[in-house]
Design a protein. Structure first.
Length: 299
């Protein structure tokens, strides 16, 4: 039973890596945490649902329209919101993306209502079929497909960033935008492209999310938390670390659910807090923060 739960946790981690990928990429390049990340995933899910329900388009075919639309949203988001917010310090981008998430949630509620929507009926048997490995262990076809897509996406992004001129320009800009400008790299263009790429991954994650479960307008905050936890566990800005973080989170949640009905969420949050605390302590931030709370005595 435990082996089966670990395997299911690994596959669930593939989904977490998929939804966390864009958050990690955006943090790695622009050094901001996009608080509208979950709401944008909900937007992509509803776009896919609208195409499937109203025009009878397969969700997989619908990705051909959803992903370019999300790329356009990412480009406009960077040009109209992030580029201006970044000039005003660290806090303004957080407030801007938080405000954007509130606007998106309410627009989706006004447009689609409060009813939960799902793409599961539009993908046929794939939504629930599985392959039996043993008498007690089975692997769902959709979770396995999600995991394969996540690994393929992360591998493709890694190769793109390592092997292509644009990828090297993105890495150089992320490392030092001022120096990148000196060698002829347009940092504004790079930031816009990176944000568009991040939103493409969000569109992919939102579509697979709607295939796995029902989506409602205000569900983005929970997905943001899961994505953030996967990024922190795996190491912010690391694509392969995101996959590892997602797997650790998924396995912890699945094992926790075997202990208690509430253990699914509690175990995941507990692992996140333990790893975050360990990172802070080993880096010295936790100790320095503790010492700073006690002012030095005057002599």
């Amino acid at each position: 039973m435990w082996i089966g739960q670990i395997l299911q946790g690994v596959l669930l981690g593939g989904y977490y890596a998929l939804i966390a990928c864009g958050l990690s990429l955006l943090f790695g390049v622009l050094r901001i945490i996009n608080l509208a990340h979950g709401s944008l995933a909900v937007l992509a899910a509803y776009l896919g649902w609208a195409l499937a329900e109203r025009w009878d388009v397969s969700p997989f075919v619908g990705l051909a329209a959803v992903l370019p639309l999300m790329a356009l949203v990412g480009w406009l988001l960077e040009r109209w919101v992030l580029a201006r917010a970044l000039r005003s310090g660290v806090l303004v981008p957080l407030l801007s993306t938080f405000g954007l998430s509130v606007v998106l949630d309410n627009l989706l509620f006004e447009t689609f209502g409060a009813d939960a929507r799902s793409l599961a009926p539009n993908i046929g048997d794939l939504a629930f079929d599985s392959w039996d490995i043993t008498d007690q262990i089975s692997v769902g076809q959709l979770p396995l497909l999600t995991f394969v897509v996540a690994v393929t996406l992360l591998a493709g992004l890694h190769l793109f960033l390592q092997r292509t001129p644009l990828g090297r320009a993105i890495r150089a800009t992320a490392e030092d935008p001022d120096t990148a400008e000196l060698v002829g790299i347009d940092s504004r263009r790079v930031y816009a492209i990176a944000t568009a790429m991040a939103l493409v991954t969000v569109g992919l994650a939102g579509t697979f999310w709607a295939m796995r479960a029902a989506v409602e307008p205000y569900a983005g905050s929970v997905q943001l938390i899961f994505a953030f936890e996967a990024v922190v566990i795996g190491g912010a800005g690391s694509l392969w670390g995101t996959l590892g973080g997602g797997i650790v989170l998924g396995v912890a949640q699945n094992l926790g659910s075997q202990i208690s009905p509430q253990g699914f969420l509690i175990a995941g949050h507990a692992v996140f807090l333990l790893i975050l605390g360990a990172r802070l302590f080993l880096s010295g931030y936790g100790l320095r923060s503790l010492l700073s709370a006690f002012p030095a005595r005057s002599t």
